[in-house]
Design a protein around this ligand. Structure first.
Ligand code: ADP
Ligand code: MG
Length: 525
């Protein structure tokens, strides 16, 4: 681009350069971190969020606070998407990610003020990554059933009451164990506005809020073969409307007879393939209901796609598009299909042939309570699934962060360049987690940090951390305060990436005409 063009492009924009830009970005990150900081940990405060429509929501969940916040600043938006990525990938650790990013930036700005170039800081922060990766492996311990359950409990600390925490932790843990895949999507969650949280249960099967299409169809308590149809069992729409024109008497009957024969032919092919149950994504013609019942086939219609996917996983079926040429490998197996009435509503429970189809039914008396429980359950399930994929635990209560800081400080001494200062800055940022946990519990952040750091050195153990429930510095495995290795690793890596990309932006172009909408970045929402 020649200079002239460049000038024209930049017309109408204001150039915010160098330190001003960084200062501005750091300020945005701090503002965001301030909004969630006080929710960190079991003693974190709940936030009352009020939507623009006046709706209210009480939450202790960092990511909910962020998603509700109306944020315009590009850096703040980037931080939100980092924490959303944490939420998507591992479900937990979202508050820590934001807080850590902000601290990394604050410490970077301090170094910039002391004359260190942002590029040097970035490279110092990068140098921390392999050290952290190695250290996390050293600190982590393999988990077992009991330890995993405790870890799921840890992630629910501070969310709702103790009863809710233990019910949901156990459900999440059992659901993850049952599927064994470590995939959160393999667990179907159903919320029911009835009963109370403690009535929530794990059902080994897929529950549909649906009844069979015809009363006279027999349920299949002893198992059978299931066909899943990605379509419907409906009369074929005439190709051209005009073909329906009646030319002589009896034509209507003939037309209906042909349609009926068409339906019957398709049902016959189900019979030929020994199908006991048909599940259709689209409709099933009224007329076919009795015909299916007569053929001894149980049928369900208008089943949503996500439910279809669950059913396929649970039964090993592969969705077919029509009835011609049904292959044996398309047909799934089920152990039982039964119906139950819950608070007057019909539910059908499909017990699949594999354990990969479980439903967790969360019950609660009010919508607000159900929402809170579902959010908490999502975190718990995320943690339980992480532990199946990577069965290693790290100490919580700030112990991991202190242990990493200690190692980074030692490593910094070996680096002769200015990067040394950045590594120390990284270490200090990690220590913000135990400091905030202490502050939120009404304890002195500095005293607690020093006490836990000394305890680690004394006991020569990385597992000494702060239990805010008792106020003691103690071994985190004894106190059952643990986190999955993958959650903490992901949070630190995400925060590092976010901080480095903010440091890389040395000037930001804001369109003058609308300062709210930066034109240099395509945001995802
Ligand atoms: P995040 O969104 O980052 O998961 P949380 O509000 O869930 O934030 O808080 C998680 C932090 O709380 C973790 O660092 C965890 O180790 C810590 N934590 C949980 N229970 C305790 C406890 N009893 N004492 C101290 N820290 C705890
Ligand atoms: Mg958490």
């Amino acid at each position: 681009m020649v200079q002239q063009d460049q000038d024209r492009v930049l017309e109408g924009t204001e150039r915010v350069e160098g330190r001003t830009a960084l200062r501005d970005n750091v300020a945005a990150a701090i503002a965001l971190a301030d909004a969630v900081r006080s929710t960190l940990g079991p003693k974190g405060l709940d936030k009352l969020l009020v939507g623009s429509d006046g709706s209210a929501l009480v939450t202790n969940d960092g990511v909910t606070v962020l998603e509700t916040a109306k944020v315009e600043h590009p850096t703040a938006k980037m931080l939100i998407s980092t924490s959303r990525a944490q939420d998507d990938e591992v479900r937990d650790g979202t508050t820590s990610t934001v807080v850590l990013t902000a601290e990394l930036l604050v410490n970077a700005l301090e170094l910039v003020d002391r004359g260190v170039h942002p590029t040097v800081i970035s490279s110092g922060y990068r140098m921390c990554e392999p050290v952290i990766e190695q250290a996390l492996k050293e600190i982590a311990k393999p988990t077992d059933q009991q330890a995993s359950l405790s870890s799921v409990r840890t992630c629910l600390a501070g969310k709702g009451d103790v009863g809710l925490q233990s019910t949901l932790a156990e459900l999440a843990h059992s659901a993850a164990q049952e599927t064994g895949t470590g995939e959160v999507d393999h667990v179907r969650v159903l919320t029911e506005r009835s009963g109370s949280i403690k009535d929530s249960e794990l059902i080994p099967g897929i529950v549909l809020v649906k009844a069979r299409v015809h009363r006279e169809m027999e349920l299949k308590p002893n198992g059978g073969r299931i066909l899943i149809l990605d379509g419907g069992l409906e009369n074929r729409k005439p190709e051209i409307e005009a073909s329906l024109k009646i030319t002589n008497t009896g034509a209507i009957e003939a037309f209906h007879a042909r349609e009926r024969a068409g339906l019957q032919a398709r049902i016959d092919s189900l019979t030929a393939a020994n199908i006991d149950c048909l599940v259709a994504r689209d409709g099933i013609e009224e007329e076919a209901h009795a015909m299916l019942a007569a053929a001894g086939i149980l049928a369900y219609r208008r089943v949503e796609r996500p439910e279809i996917e669950h059913l396929c996983r649970a039964t090993g079926a592969r969705p077919v598009f029509d009835f011609e040429d049904i292959q044996d490998e398309d047909v799934g197996q089920f152990k039982a299909i039964r119906e139950e009435k819950w608070h007057g509503v019909e539910h059908t429970i499909f017990e699949g042939s594999s354990s990969q189809g479980v439903t967790v039914v969360i019950r609660g008396s009010t919508d607000l309570r159900l929402e809170e429980a579902q959010r908490a359950f999502d975190d718990a399930l995320g943690v339980a699934c992480q532990l199946i994929r990577e069965p290693h635990l790290l100490p919580g209560g700030g112990a991991t962060h202190i242990a990493l800081a200690r190692r980074l400080r030692r490593h910094a001494e070996t680096i002769p360049g200015r990067e040394q200062m950045a590594i120390e800055g990284f270490a200090a940022a990690l220590e913000s987690i135990p400091r905030i946990l202490a502050t939120n519990a009404g304890m002195d952040p500095l005293d607690e940090l020093l006490r836990a750091t000394a305890a680690q050195a004394d006991a020569d153990s990385d597992w000494q951390g702060l239990d805010v429930n008792t106020g003691n510095t103690t071994d985190m495995s004894e106190a059952s305060i643990t986190e999955p290795l993958s959650v903490t690793r992901h949070a630190i890596a995400g925060a590092t990436e976010a901080a480095i990309s903010v440091l890389r932006i040395d000037d930001v172009l804001w369109a003058k005409q609308d300062a709210q909408e930066p034109d240099w970045r395509d945001d995802e929402d």
